[in-house]
Design a protein around this ligand. Structure first.
Ligand SMILES: [Zn+2]
Length: 211
């Protein structure tokens, strides 16, 4: 009986330890040199309005751990596609965790399930399980050339679009290979910038509003 009582006392600790992976954390606290450019905290986005109230990017802890592996690898890239990068490459985040209330607003503006997830079922962004990223030169912070800018809702944003200069294809492929092979993320075929972590697909839909 005493063993059972002890086990019952420990149970909440075990449960909370298991749920820590879905806890939202500040990305910068774990990856200080990652570049943040949260487009929904500006009016420079498809909604043409500021939808966030913070410049902090949050993601589920599990997702941040995987992104850190990606950033650690990118920092080592001193040469890519004929260009030298003395401080290596890095990630820039355009969007991470997104409150579900914002998802409803986006759906009102653009109810197109190819580019905006239906808020009824939720987006992996609402779980802190998806991230929108591009590559930057760590020395200058300049973005590497990619097929489109963020939230370009055209066929040019698709992973299967190949009518592009070789250097742009190489940049898109580098981002894909490192996010998938090192980070364990999966692509979204319609958007070259969107990556999600399958292990986080069951994390809860959240409406926490970071300040
Ligand atoms: Zn996304």
């Amino acid at each position: 009986m005493r063993k059972l009582a002890l086990w019952l006392m420990l149970l909440p600790l075990i449960v909370s330890a298991q749920s820590a992976d879905d806890e939202l954390v500040k990305v910068k606290a774990f990856i200080p040199d990652i570049v943040l450019d949260l487009k929904y905290n500006t009016s420079d986005n498809f909604a043409e309005q500021k939808l966030y109230s913070t410049d902090e990017c949050f993601l589920a802890l599990n997702v941040v751990k995987q992104l850190k592996l990606v950033q650690d690898s990118l920092r080592m890239f001193r040469q890519h596609n004929g260009t030298s990068y003395p401080q290596g490459l890095g990630l820039k985040i355009w969007d991470g965790y997104r409150p579900r209330a914002v998802q409803y607003l986006m759906w009102e503006i653009l109810p197109d399930p190819t580019f905006v997830a239906d808020p009824a079922t939720g987006s992996s962004h609402n779980r802190g399980a998806a991230v929108d990223v591009t590559l930057v030169d760590r020395a200058t912070g300049e973005e590497l050339e990619m097929p489109t800018c963020f939230d370009d809702f055209s066929e040019r944003a698709s992973h299967s679009y190949s009518n592009l200069p070789a250097n742009i294809l190489a940049n898109r492929e580098l981002l894909e290979s490192i996010m998938v092979d090192v980070g364990g993320f999966v692509i979204y075929s319609a958007e070259w910038w969107h990556y999600s972590l399958p292990a986080a697909a069951a994390f809860p839909l959240l409406d926490f509003q970071p300040k």
